[in-house]
Design a protein. Structure first.
Length: 487
């Protein structure tokens, strides 16, 4: 098959999704499939299509194309922003900007000859809804959910309560993406339950396929020395927490637990491996709690396996997590693990057998479990050995790819051309400033919009887009107009 893997977010980046996409692409290519990647460039100023093709046993060729966003942004932004300003002025700029970014992604994606693919596999909610709206009707779309974006906004403090329009909007994004696909994959039962109960996605849509890891290269890196070198005092036991520094990862709980431990002992140090928006806040929190001498911020590192080898304990205090790679890696490395009960983590660890589970946000319980492991090398060794045995069987990349290919093949076999939007096509003509029915007449640029537009496209630009877009495509997406108007 010729497969397009797509994400709205930048690639490459540090994180589990980046590793998953690289691993899946590698496994698919090794089985003879062709894989292209559609993503934002790291600076978010252009969207690119990248393809690797094996040239011989030792080399690969790299090719692709990229589209700068600015030209389309200059055309789309004033039209859509003015529409909201005039017809839905209560919609705050954060939501307007997110809508505009999705429309830009839709239009640019359409320029990459989507008809050439046998299947599209998306990996976030923005790319899923966007590609569903612009892809050819015969090309099936599979969506792999990696986490709940709506919950992240809550943890980050951007959404205070569920009566806010912001919450209703991001909840609608979760639902729209889960419905705008031919097959829906999740890594954990927890994620399936949350999407079913919180966001009302029908249970029968789901297929659970856990993540995988390329074990041999990981173990090779595990045998290296960290670089840059990290000093480890011979009389200090290392507690390692490899996770980006963001609210949902729960490092505040760990820092509070370290403060409790410090009152009892001085034979340990805690490494925070990773970086993120909360770094300054967490560094200040260490100063406030008096543990700046016990917590070391190592920042983003490319040698996490080597750092894990220096640690006695791996801890992950997430408030919510799906199926974190940090736990997978610690299990394969054979480490004693302490992790929260947030999200899908309890599906990965058998408490007392392959690790210890504590209640999220409960720093007292976390401190007690760390104290237990620090005091008891025999328990650390037993948990580590059990984790190693289980993890090396569970997280096979070959099994991940085989299960994913089963979904691909079944989806391609069952695919029928989509004739209507699964979210419905609300009749909004005459409401909320929408003066025209959906559909491109292909005669003038203004026909792309469902409202009175300013004809900001030039004729040649318009022809390039109109010839690639489905006849039913138009801006704005009526599902989100209805959500925002009625919210």
């Amino acid at each position: 098959m010729k497969i397009l893997i797509a994400t709205f977010w930048q690639m490459p980046h540090v994180g589990g999704v980046n590793r998953y996409l690289n691993l899946l692409s590698k496994e698919l290519e090794e089985r003879g499939h062709q894989v292209d990647l559609l993503a934002h460039y790291p600076d978010m100023q252009k969207i690119y299509l990248q393809r690797y093709r094996k040239k011989d046993e030792f080399s690969w060729t790299l090719s692709g194309q990229a589209v700068l966003k600015k030209k389309l942004m200059d055309r789309i932004f004033p039209e859509v922003y003015a529409y909201y300003q005039q017809n839905l002025p209560h919609v705050e700029p954060w939501i307007r900007w997110r809508e505009i970014e999705r429309y830009l992604f839709e239009l640019i994606a359409s320029l990459f000859d989507l008809h050439q693919y046998d299947l599209i596999h998306t990996h976030d909610l923005l790319a899923t809804r966007a590609l569903w709206r612009v892809k050819p009707a015969h090309v099936p779309l599979v969506y792999k959910v990696h986490g709940l974006v709506a919950s992240v906004h809550v943890f980050n403090g951007e959404i205070k309560h569920k009566e806010e329009l912001k919450w209703k909007y991001v909840a609608a994004e979760e639902y729209a993406a889960a419905m705008s696909c031919d097959a829906l994959i999740v890594p954990s039962r927890w994620l399936m339950r949350d999407l079913t109960e919180e966001f009302k996605v029908p249970r029968e849509r789901f297929r659970i396929i856990p993540y995988g890891l390329d074990i041999a290269p990981f173990l090779e890196q595990y045998g290296y020395e960290p670089y840059p070198p990290v000093n480890v005092s011979p009389n200090k036991l290392v507690i390692a927490c490899p996770a980006r520094l963001s609210a949902e990862k729960g490092q505040k709980t760990l820092i509070e637990a370290v403060a409790r431990l410090k009152e009892q002992r001085s034979d340990f140090v805690c490494w925070l491996i990773g970086d993120g928006v909360q770094r300054s806040e967490l560094e200040n929190y260490c100063q406030v709690l008096g543990v700046a001498d016990r917590v070391v911020f190592l920042g983003d590192r490319s040698d996490v396996p080597a750092l894990l080898r220096k640690a006695e304990i791996m801890v992950l205090p997430s408030l919510e997590d799906n199926q974190p790679h940090a736990i997978m890696e610690a299990q394969i490395a054979g480490k004693a693990i302490v992790a929260s009960d947030g999200g899908g983590i309890p599906e990965m660890i058998r408490h007392g057998e392959t690790g210890l589970i504590f209640a999220k946000r409960n720093s007292e319980q976390l401190a007690a479990q760390l104290q237990l492991l620090l005091d008891n090398p025999e328990l650390r060794s037993r948990l580590a050995a059990n984790a190693r045995e289980w993890g090396r069987k569970q997280w096979s990349s070959q099994v991940l790819c085989e299960r994913t290919l089963e979904v691909y093949q079944a989806t391609v076999a069952a695919k029928k051309e989509q004739t209507k939007d699964p979210l419905g096509e609300p009749e909004l003509t005459g409401q909320y400033g929408l003066s025209k029915p959906p559909g491109i007449k292909r005669d003038e640029p203004a026909s792309m919009f469902r409202f009175a537009a300013m004809n900001s496209f030039r004729e040649r630009e318009w022809r390039e887009l109109a010839n690639r877009l489905p006849q039913t495509y138009a801006i704005p997406d009526p599902f989100f107009v209805r959500t925002l108007a009625e919210g």
